[in-house]
Design a protein. Sequence first.
Length: 134
Amino acid sequence: REAAKPPPLGPLLAGARARGVADGFAWLGLAAILLDDRGEALHVNPGAIELMADSLYIEGDRLRARDRDADQALAEAIEAALTQDLAGNVRLAGRGGEMWAHVAPMPADPDDPYQLLRAVALLSRVRNGQPARH
């Protein structure tokens, strides 16, 4: 009888890295949505869930804004982070008040097939017209 092969370490390590980054953002009190190379949400931390309120939602694993113009700006910011390594800000409004989504690339080896985390959207409330941590 042949011994079972251990699972490949690559996917396990990739998941552990994403969880570690998610834990770090939460520990710092940052509302974060972690995104993969297709712009799909890997993780939404509790702070982000709280701030998403009625302005943002996840549909088909993608972060979406309820306002059509904001949704387009958010999609463009995510695309720029993933394809051009550019960070950007999107201002959002809803019944819960105004907030910013700061979308930024996460440094990673582009040839690493097990590196899932490629971008992050950090959410913050607007105070005096500027982003403020929650």
